[in-house]
Design a protein around this ligand. Sequence first.
Ligand SMILES: C[S@@+](CC[C@H](N)C(=O)[O-])C[C@H]1O[C@@H](n2cnc3c(N)ncnc32)[C@H](O)[C@@H]1O
Length: 410
Amino acid sequence: MAETGGEGAQGGAYFHKERIKYSPEEEARLERQHFWRIIDAFRFYRVHVQEQVKRAERQFRSLPQHHQNLLPGVLSNLTRISQCADHNQEVLQAIIHNSLDMFENIGYGEREDPRKVRPSTTFDMDKLKSTIKQFVRDWSEVGQAERDSCYQPIIQEIQRLFPSDQYDVSKVSVLIPGAGLGRLAWEIARLGYICQGNEWSLFMLFSSNFVLNRCEKVNALTLYPWIHQFSNNKKSSDQIRPIRFPDVNPQSLPLTSDFSMVAGDFVEVYTDADSWDCVATCFFIDTAHNVIEYVETIWKILKPGGVWINLGPLLYHFENMANELSVELSYEDIRTAMVKFGFHIEVEKESMQTTYTENDRSMLRYVYDCVFFVARKPADVYFDCQEDDQQQSSPSAAKSPRREGTDSLT
Ligand SMILES: C[S@@+](CC[C@H](N)C(=O)[O-])C[C@H]1O[C@@H](n2cnc3c(N)ncnc32)[C@H](O)[C@@H]1O
């Protein structure tokens, strides 16, 4: 499955802080608590993996001796997994080392004893392992094919809609909600567009901050992303194969480029109307409690004439999560709501096959049959779906070319 953010769900209080209004002091306390919970998860990783390795070792040693004798490589492979976990831990330490003061405007205080490792939940460990795999997708050569299938259609569409021979692309603003480790946003900024990634998960934010701001040397760092997968390995060595990152120097953006990452919940952070020329969502819209809230936000923040480009499945993140609102709409229903808002769907492909943090040597591999669309907020009609039922049933009134209304361009 697409491992999405939502790290607050397990902690209960953190996610609900967005819905329930707390006093500023309580907000700050919850924020600090959450911050340290994620730091603790990074620190606990090695212990967690070693526990898994020890369990595997115990199970193996419980086999009859003559069975063990038939399998001479198993214990040495487990030792190697343990060493790979030690190595991953070093990278994770470097990530959190660079995270303690990454938010200029917020102080998180000090831990009483920073060396003390506190146990984390399985939920947080799963998030951390997903984050490690996200390095493959976003910043390794191995992830190139996956990036080609997920990011290239979006990038090509941006270049088609805002070609550099017709637009001053340095004035075209693109927002990427749910930016993960930031590669898509970075690639768009590299082409000269103003690009901002937005991300909510601290696992992702700590890691993107590290790779974007602290890693310069191409392929200088190593991770072992597959050591946590004990099933569906064809060869033992597949489990311990490394990936190198970053495959490009993240610092190599042109000096004139305008690239930023903003932390926070997409619907909370982006409230200014008519602000963006393009919003691009990749494997994002199914992270919503209520996907219509995302549609509404995108409708509002797009400039008249602006476009929403989307690629992804609908693997609703909060489905089956206790005490979490989750409305699992079909694409058909979302599309109907989009049209009622006034979006004009200009491009639509209902079957784009992609993968997500795929282990290409695994005996179990998922393929997502994604929906891809380009939807325009018309340039000359401001359409408010809440105001006029009459208008809702005649969205075609909203059709118009985008160029007229986009005077900040060219
Ligand atoms: C499945 S991942 C996709 C990441 C990236 N777009 C990609 O294609 O690799 C979804 C991302 O959205 C983030 N996310 C979930 N809810 C969010 C919200 N309300 N605001 C901002 N980001 C959010 C998650 O933390 C996660 O990094």
